[in-house]
Design a protein around this ligand. Structure first.
Ligand SMILES: Cc1cc2nc3c(=O)[nH]c(=O)nc-3n(C[C@H](O)[C@H](O)[C@H](O)COP(=O)(O)OP(=O)(O)OC[C@H]3O[C@@H](n4cnc5c(N)ncnc54)[C@H](O)[C@@H]3O)c2cc1C
Length: 396
């Protein structure tokens, strides 16, 4: 059997969108990427990691190198208590390349540029508002009043997906994990290099992560328990200067560089990531000629370090299915291939987040929560996440 579509409308120019466009091109299917924003989605955005499984999926579509060039390797993670004492350390499972840390907007730019270099059309400033199926295709409607027609429409439009609601008006909304996040990349951290490792102290009042690089820069991030849900806009209503005043005292009792690193951060270096969200189980991945890929259907929350990597994996698998099967069968085959894996990653991340969001329990350093976290984080327990090979040449 072979695929029966010639072209696709891809909604969203984040990670999944351009990755899918390149994978479809490899499968002999044309596509256009429609991105809501004039440039990329978020001028600044947080840091994210691309895991070895994400790099492997990018390799399948010959797009690993432009992304690798952006990454700072993270060879291990050291879990610490509030005194900075190591509780457990885990490196990568044997034979697996390190995670790569990079900035979200840089990954977007690299993937969009690479797709454009391959002749894929990227239409910026096109916000999808509706999609209507016709007898032999689908028409996308954009906020600027324009339309576009294609054989199928793919929602690579992120965690607040419009396409998800078009597929199923009763689809779940993103769920708040009880944590709000901040981060920064700062020069001259005044702390020695952490030797390629990310330190993660469970402070008395909040979780902290930092890595000091050999070039005398450092990244840090905060996942702060905040039981009341807050939107990104609400978190951003408080100016960066004020957050930089409020955060260090929360880490003042900890014997870690957390308070110092935050204090050395300039307001324009602070990245307000906002509420940490995840997608609950999405019952319908497709309807008719519409299908979802990436965060729109399986956002595991940033604690997983897997959002972007799973998005690329799904994009490549969807293209492989569309290459080999009529689109309706391809959508079913794709969901069957991907749903068990992504839901397993999301479940594992939920357990991590509940350890981080332990709230008042954190104040006395909940040894149980941290040990549970450390147990989950052992390399051999993570191997199944990182070892994912896509056999592009195998029929779907
Ligand atoms: C604000 C924010 C901060 C994040 N921070 C982190 C982090 O710190 N660490 C981490 O690991 N992960 C983070 N993530 C998640 C990570 O970026 C995603 O897991 C990964 O990028 C998944 O890729 P995606 O393409 O599926 O979705 P996204 O990267 O979110 O891309 C979706 C794209 O679709 C576009 N779009 C949305 N709606 C429409 C529409 N109606 N019409 C047209 N285009 C549309 C968006 O502008 C965006 O470019 C963050 C996500 C967000 C939204």
């Amino acid at each position: 059997m072979t695929g029966n579509i010639r072209n696709a409308l891809i909604i969203g120019g984040g990670v999944a969108g351009p990755a899918l466009a390149m994978a479809l091109q490899k499968a002999g299917i044309d596509s256009v990427v429609y991105e809501a924003y004039p440039g990329t989605a978020d001028g600044k955005g947080g840091g994210l990691s691309i895991a070895p499984n994400g790099m492997e999926a990018l390799r399948v579509i010959d797009a690993a190198e432009p992304v690798r060039a952006l990454g700072k390797p993270m060879t291990g993670i050291v879990l610490q208590d509030w005194k900075g004492r190591p509780l457990g350390e885990f490196g990568n499972p044997p034979g697996v390349a390190p995670m790569l840390f990079m900035f979200r907007h840089e990954v977007y730019r690299a993937l969009l540029d690479e797709a454009a270099r391959r002749g894929i059309r990227i239409e910026a400033g096109k916000r999808l508002v509706d999609a209507v199926e016709t007898a032999d295709g689908v028409t996308a409607r954009f906020a600027d009043g324009t339309e576009a027609a294609g054989d199928i429409l793919v929602g690579a439009d992120g965690i607040r997906s419009v396409v998800r609601t078009l597929i199923d008006p009763a689809a779940p909304e993103p769920a708040y994990t009880g944590l709000i996040s901040f981060g920064a990349l700062i020069p001259r951290p005044g702390v020695p290099s952490t030797g390629g490792k990310m330190n993660m102290p469970f402070g008395k009042k909040g979780f902290f992560g930092y890595q000091v690089f050999d070039d005398d820069t450092a990244v840090w991030f905060v996942n702060l328990p905040n039981p009341e849900p807050m939107t990104l806009a609400q978190v951003r209503q408080t100016p960066a200067e004020e957050w930089l005043r409020r955060l260090p005292p929360l880490y003042a009792e900890d014997h870690t560089p957390a308070a110092d690193l935050i204090s050395r951060t300039a307001p324009d270096e602070l990245i307000v990531v906002g509420p940490m969200e995840k997608m609950p189980r999405v019952p319908k991945w497709s309807r008719g000629r519409l299908v979802l890929v990436g965060d729109s259907v399986h956002a595991p929350s940033s604690s997983s370090g897997q959002g972007a990597s799973l998005a690329v994996e799904s994009a490549v698998e969807l293209a492989r299915c569309l290459r080999d099967l009529p689109y309706d069968e391809a959508f079913s085959a794709y969901e069957k291939l991907r749903r068990p894996r992504v839901e397993k990653v999301i479940a594992a991340t939920d357990r991590k987040n509940s350890a981080k969001a332990a709230g008042p329990v954190m104040r006395v350093v909940n040894a149980w929560a941290i040990k549970a976290f450390a147990r989950m984080a052992k390399p051999e327990k993570m191997a199944w996440v990182f070892h994912n090979r896509i056999d592009w040449d195998a029929p779907a």
